[in-house]
Ligand binder design. Structure first.
Ligand SMILES: Nc1nc2[nH]c(S[C@@H](C(=O)O)c3ccccc3)nc2c(=O)[nH]1
Length: 273
């Protein structure tokens, strides 16, 4: 399965590791240790040395209740990091944003993938991505980061998520984005209760049947805390289990904080799957 993303073509027949680079003061789990460009770039280079196949750079935390970040602030956070990494590492650089202007600037700065938690629904997002040759991740979210965890409701979460992703696939194809440039993501933790997250992981093959590579982000998320009782800094083992389960069920890319441990676990998956 080939994934065309900017300067790169990835062979997704083996599972790939996407390392998380948060350039945000309230980042999900590294508590803003890497809020400056230098620290973020150093962290990113370390993740590549640990085995990251892709880097996901984010300037605005989209976890539940996160405070929104202005366009200017997000640009100031992510562009220097992308510009420096484009010269210093040789792996695809993903920009984790839903703002079209950030997509445009990040692509110009060297991003190879747009990771959009809003699945290119914002005005001009489709056109901006279609006018480039970057890869794109289309993710499902119910509501917004501010509202999504208040009352997540589904009749059948897997069917509804699959239907949403199918509709975004059609929009992307209509905009002229080639199929080989697209990955899909159920959006674990984005407007889902624990029961919904578990159902989506159990039935990942249903989403795999849509015919596109799946990206899965479960690393350190609260569903793993609910299952194990561990807090966010003690969810490595649960995160590894989630990455192994997801890739055994067909996921092509896992988005994780703990790259070295995950890369080693996926070597076993690749040998056996
Ligand atoms: N494609 C894709 N992009 C992502 N960005 C993030 S943010 C994450 C965090 O680490 O803060 C997070 C943590 C908790 C809830 C929501 C989001 N999660 C994903 C994902 O699951 N898929």
């Amino acid at each position: 399965m080939k994934f065309i993303c900017g300067r790169y073509q990835l062979d997704l027949s083996r599972p790939h590791v996407m390392g998380i680079v948060n350039v945000t003061p309230d980042s999900f789990s590294d508590g803003g240790k890497y809020s400056s460009t230098e620290l973020a770039v150093a962290h990113a280079i370390e993740l590549v040395e640990q085995g990251a196949d892709i880097l996901d750079i984010g300037g605005e935390s989209t976890r539940p209740g996160a405070t929104p970040v202005s366009l200017e602030d997000e640009l100031q956070r992510v562009l220097p990091v992308i510009e420096q990494l484009a010269e210093r590492v040789d792996v695809p650089l993903s920009i984790d944003t839903y703002k079209p202007e950030v997509m445009r600037a990040a692509i110009a700065a060297g991003a190879d993938i747009v990771n959009d938690v809003r699945a290119l629904q914002e005005p001009h997002a489709l056109e901006i991505v279609a006018a480039s040759n970057v890869g794109v991740c289309l993710m499902h979210m119910q509501g917004t980061p501010q509202t999504m965890q208040l009352e997540p409701q589904y009749d059948d979460v897997v069917t509804e998520v699959a239907g949403f992703l199918q509709s975004r696939l059609q929009a992307a194809q209509a905009a002229g984005i080639a199929a080989e440039r697209i990955t899909l993501d159920p959006g674990f933790g984005f407007g889902k209760r624990t029961v919904h997250n578990i159902a989506l992981l159990q039935q990942l093959p249903v989403l795999q049947a849509l015919g596109y590579p799946l990206l899965v982000g479960l690393s350190r998320k609260s569903v793993l805390g609910k299952i194990t009782g561990e807090d966010v800094d003690s969810r490595l083992y649960a995160s590894l289990a989630a990455s192994v389960i997801a890739t055994m069920k067909g996921a092509a890319i896992v988005r994780v904080h703990d790259v070295k441990a995950t890369a080693e676990a996926l070597k076993v998956v690749a040998a056996v799957r």
